[in-house]
Design a protein around this ligand. Sequence first.
Ligand SMILES: *Cc1c(COP(=O)(O)O)cnc(C)c1O
Length: 353
Amino acid sequence: MADSNFVLSDILRNNIRNITPYSTARDEFQGVALVNLDANENSFGSVGNGNYNRYPDPYQHELKQVVSKIKGMPVDQIFLGGSGSDEGIGLLYTAFCEPGVDNAIVCPPTYGMYGVSAEINDVACKEVPLTEDFQLQADKVIAAMDAHTKITWICSPNNPSGNSYDREAIRKVVVAAKGIVVIDEAYIDFSTEKSWLNELAKYPNLVVLQTFSKAWGLANCRLGMMFASKEIIAVINKIKLPYNMNGMTQKYACEILSKYASQKDDYVKEILAEREHLIPELEKIPSVRKIYPSDANFLLVKIDNAHEVYKFLVRQGIIVRDRTKVFLCEDCLRITVGTAKENKMLIEKLKEF
Ligand SMILES: *Cc1c(COP(=O)(O)O)cnc(C)c1O
């Protein structure tokens, strides 16, 4: 390992270090029994025609095997969230940040959940802004760290700017941090950059978040992923809700993920092609001032009277994300790349404004 200074138990919260997790009936007995009278389920069946009366696998063993194959990561380095990767964000605060004492670092403008989840957990967030062209200021991030900085959030490709950060700037932060560094790769499937998954073995303080919500088109399933050392994942497993992913999602994802992995790649190709079509169309609109470089499935667009444009689009039944009140995103709308037809409608309406 490149950095041997990192001792996980040193940065865990005291109450978490020695916690005894809730032991589910499914933890104590795994396997197929003749008679299950241990979990107060309805042994007669479930209402309706489904087969939902038994509690699901708390650790999603089967699904993790599938994810392990797709991602090339060992099962014990995988945590799956049944409320998306947002679930992982909250659990990381619970594991590492003492409320009212510890702090985290965020680099605005970025994904809002890091800050919201910090507030919910009574954890202070230090803000180290990105540069005007949305790059990470590694030296300033490092300078902002103190003995109570437990988590540094890095979103790359970043939401809402769409760009990826310079890889060596990220590495600098990971190497310097005494706490954990989380790289949120929600948009990695669209990116020309390589994932940090392959670097987890080098950095014991690194956590990578990914999701099935974007490129895989499974936002409705709320299926998120967290990858880290097996020691960090063991801690997260101890503090997660006992049955954090329902059985329908587990079953469905097991059935489709390995079977349709190539369909994800096709979607990515289509979306990227549409993004490249959309850019020159937007550029033709006189009020468009700037389209920021995107490594994701959306574009951040600076446009005159952005807030008025947003409201006009809403009246036309077209919803984009109004980012005009976000730091460094004044006059900007964040536009998800849609289908060819949807993008055409957007462009037509923008021309009408
Ligand atoms: C969409 C998004 C997520 C949320 O992923 P879920 O798995 O749906 O919770 C996480 N991070 C970023 C940066 C996102 O844009």
